[in-house]
Design a protein around this ligand. Structure first.
Ligand code: GLU
Length: 299
């Protein structure tokens, strides 16, 4: 069984992403699991607008001493596979625009607006009429108002409503929730460590895993990196990537030091890397699960 890190290659990994990767690696390696890296390059338009990012992400992981097993998996090479899995499910075509869904849905849960089911009962004639208007349908799974409970190492049991979420976008691109579940299932991932922003997606994904006959992984959603205003860390926050910090004279081990400091772990030595077995007991540190307020990392 394995743990994994699955970056989207649209921008360089920032300190928060690197910290999540390190934690995923420590949790997997210290429990005798394999560790895989998967490039989630589904959104080809955005990926092509940021050439070279995936390779830099891999280089950054390696520079921090994070190793992985086997070949890196690229989701862009598996679109047909994801579509085949979608085809085994009870689905329907959805012609709604984002604006229509926003207008029809109730108060949003965080950023996520559960789909209100507008297209769930369209007749064949209504579907043909909408296609005639030039609308390309997305494919949604029929979840039937399900609820699903997942176990998160820190948050405990988390129950969420499962809406009729999108499996295939209107342009034919498989959706993140589908690809991530198929790949975690096929790659024998039984431990999902990632940023706390994805905790609310876990019940939906776990439900889909059971529908597709895959076991549900254990989850560990770790603290996100935020800036001094409490907003999720981004490029505009200055030198927050390994590359940018290196340009300011920092070494990879200095960056590891910033990360281990943020976790409340003792400083590692100048030429040392994080040791999964030795650091495992430190995973209980409260800072692992709390937001990391990154204040001027380069000063
Ligand atoms: N590719 C997603 C991201 O970069 C992570 C997916 C996951 O870990 O489940 O945010």
């Amino acid at each position: 069984m394995a743990g994994r890190f699955a970056p989207t290659p649209t921008s360089d990994l920032h300190l928060g992403n690197l910290r999540t990767a390190l934690l995923a690696w420590v949790m997997a390696r210290s429990t005798g699991r394999g560790f895989i890296v998967r490039i989630e390059d589904l959104d080809q338009a955005r990926v092509k607008a940021a050439p070279g990012v995936a390779q830099r992400q891999l280089d950054d992981l390696a520079a921090l001493g994070i190793d992985w097993d086997g070949d890196v998996l690229w989701q862009s090479q598996r679109f047909d596979l994801y579509r085949q899995y979608a085809a085994t499910l009870d689905t329907y075509e959805c012609f709604c625009s984002r604006a229509e869904i926003a207008a029809a849905s109730q108060a949003p849960h965080g950023d996520y607006r559960p789909y209100p089911g507008t297209c769930a009962k369209l007749t064949r004639a209504q579907r043909a009429a909408r296609r005639g208007e030039g609308r390309a349908p997305a494919i949604r799974v029929r979840a039937g108002g399900a609820f699903m409970t997942v176990h998160d190492v820190h948050a405990g049991d988390v129950t969420g409503a499962v809406d009729d979420f999108v499996l295939i976008r209107g342009d034919g691109t498989p959706a993140y929730n589908l690809a991530v579940v198929v790949d975690d299932g096929l790659q024998a991932v039984d431990q999902v460590v990632r940023g706390a922003d994805l905790l609310t997606s876990a019940p939906r994904q776990a439900w889909l895993a059971t529908q597709l006959g895959f076991p549900v992984p254990t989850f560990a959603h770790v603290g996100l990196a935020v800036n001094s205003s409490g907003v999720r860390l981004a490029k505009r926050d200055g030198a927050v990537t390994l590359r940018a910090l290196r340009e300011q004279g920092f070494e990879a081990t200095d960056v590891l030091g910033l990360i281990t400091d943020s976790l409340g772990w003792p400083r590692i030595g100048a030429n040392e890397l994080v040791d999964a077995a030795r650091h495992q007991p430190l995973l209980d540190a409260p800072a692992v699960w709390a937001p990391w307020v990154v204040t001027r990392p380069a000063s």
